[in-house]
Design a protein. Structure first.
Length: 342
């Protein structure tokens, strides 16, 4: 029969072409030419509908057998060509196993985040808990409840950013202390630290419009300046080294009385005097004081019955001292070369 002859001839030519294919691309062309929707073998199979009913089984059986034979040949040759092409590629792109490996860079916490975690861990170990509050505050919580009434000169030192509704971006985390006292008054004791972002109109090598603070508050019966100094001494030694000492210098803050600046002995020169400590042997780290009676009274406490102390430190300041960084702005420029040092 003519159709059987066509099948056998197409199959013979196809098997020969498959065996002679030298690339995967050429083999793919043969597959489409033979078995595609418009392929030679596909066209012959469609022509079977024109055969007499009694001839169809014999021709169909032969057609299926030849198609299976062609598909097996295509699959086998594909495996051979793929292996040959892979071997050729490996020969062209031979790997030099003597080259040093490229170690991937693994991300880690930002130095400011590490300082916040370290300071928090120290005070948690001293019995404090963490309190948080909003970064957008009312003037009452940011100033007035902290003994800074309108037109008070201290507001000039904490010039901040005002919103259209009269609220401000907080200049310190002290409002969290007020909110905590008002939430639990007249109950005590209170032992909290409040880390977070604060905002002021400053921008130079040691100041930033946005920076981080960690403030602490203790309210209880019989709290004294001696308790404050002992807590800060333990903090300084755990943060900077067991040999460090601290000193308190009289200062002024409207929300504490008496108030003090706290210095830590210079770790560079051991207190002998150097460029870092400007020859004094001491480096300032934070401010502190006994909670002002007005602040206690405005928060619902009787200043005659309880007392407290508070302190506040700039996270960037602590990081600059601990890591010997001269310009605070390095912490905010997102230079990976700087960050990877920590």
């Amino acid at each position: 029969m003519e159709l059987i002859d066509r099948l056998e001839k197409v199959a013979a030519v196809a098997l020969d072409a498959i065996a002679k294919s030298d690339t995967v691309a050429v083999l793919q062309e043969h597959r489409v030419r033979l078995l595609g929707k418009k392929g030679e073998l596909t066209a012959i199979l469609r022509a079977m509908s024109e055969l007499a009913p009694e001839d169809r089984p014999r021709v169909g059986q032969l057609a299926n057998a030849l198609r299976d034979q062609i598909e097996d040949a295509l699959l086998a040759r594909l495996g051979e060509l793929t292996a040959l092409e892979l071997e050729a590629k490996l020969q062209e792109e031979r790997v030099d196993v003597t080259l040093p490996g490229r170690q991937p860079y693994f991300a880690h916490a930002h130095p400011l985040s590490r300082i916040i975690e370290e300071v928090t861990d120290i005070f948690l170990g001293l019995g404090f808990s963490v309190a948080e509050g909003p970064e957008i505050e009312s003037e009452y919580y940011n100033f007035e409840a902290l003994n800074v009434p309108p037109l008070h000169p201290a507001r000039d030192m904490q010039d901040t950013f005002y919103l259209r509704d009269g609220r401000v971006l907080r200049t310190q985390t002290s409002p969290v202390q007020v909110r905590t006292m008002q939430a639990v008054s007249p109950h005590y004791p209170i032992r909290i630290i409040s880390p977070g972002k604060v905002y002021r109109r400053d921008d130079d090598a040691t100041h930033s419009p946005m920076f981080h603070q960690i403030e602490g508050l203790v309210v209880d019966k019989g709290v004294s300046l001696a308790h404050l100094k002992s807590v800060l001494l333990m903090f300084a030694r755990q943060m900077f080294g067991a040999e460090r000492e601290i000193r308190l210098r009289p200062s002024y803050f409207p929300f504490t009385e008496p108030s003090a600046e706290v210095d830590v002995s210079c770790g560079t020169c051991g207190g002998l005097g150097c460029r870092v400590c400007k020859g004094t042997g001491w480096v300032e780290i934070l401010g502190c004081g006994m909670v002002h009676p007005n602040v206690l009274a405005m928060s619902g406490y009787d200043p005659e019955s309880v007392s407290g102390f508070a302190f506040g430190m700039g996270v960037e300041r602590i990081a600059m001292l601990k890591y010997n960084v001269e310009d605070l702005r390095h912490f905010f420029v997102n230079d990976a070369r700087f960050i990877r040092q920590f």
